[in-house]
Ligand binder design. Structure first.
Ligand code: 4NP
Length: 151
């Protein structure tokens, strides 16, 4: 089993979408996908209603996800940890214990070699159109990641 963790700040907008998208592209018998936030604001919460709605229009159901905070044991549980922006990157690295932990953490959009944008923008204070943009960035990046993992 290969385990992949998607990380953002709140675990209600971006990482639940990345989680649902990658999960939809990998066989569940050999891949485990989860998501977490670096902050503790939304522990136990559903994804943001706008993320749920945008995912639904693309045929992905993320309404069964539950917010949680990233913790140091995630370095042991997960093989790959993908973060949405540089701030998430710094927050996760602060908890790393070893160079093995550090090596697991990657900026998600670095995998989309066609994208000029290297950080997934935080859509929390944005309109629904911001969530649609985030979905498209994540859809493209998770295509690259799924292809790489399935090779
Ligand atoms: P996310 O977005 O990191 O994509 O889940 C946010 C969600 C909530 C907050 C910030 C960003 N907040 O400040 O509560």
């Amino acid at each position: 089993m290969t385990s992949i963790l998607m990380v953002c700040l709140g675990n209600i907008c971006r990482s639940p979408l990345a989680h649902g998208l990658l999960e939809s592209k990998l066989p569940p018998d050999s891949f485990y996908v989860d998501s977490a936030g670096t902050a503790n604001y939304h522990i136990g919460s559903l994804p943001d209603q706008r993320s749920i709605a945008v995912a639904k229009t693309h045929g992905i159901d993320i309404s069964n996800q539950c917010g949680r905070q990233f913790n140091v044991s995630d370095f042991d549980t997960f093989d790959y940890i993908y973060v949405m922006d540089h701030s998430n990157f710094e927050n996760v690295l602060k908890l790393a214990r070893t160079t093995f932990d550090i090596a697991k953490v990657k900026l998600l959009l670095d995998f989309d070699t066609t994208s000029q944008i290297k950080e997934v923008p935080d859509p929390y204070y944005d309109k629904i159109s911001g969530f649609e943009t985030v979905f498209e960035l994540l859809d493209n990046a998770t295509n690259f990641i799924a292809n790489q993992l399935l090779r």
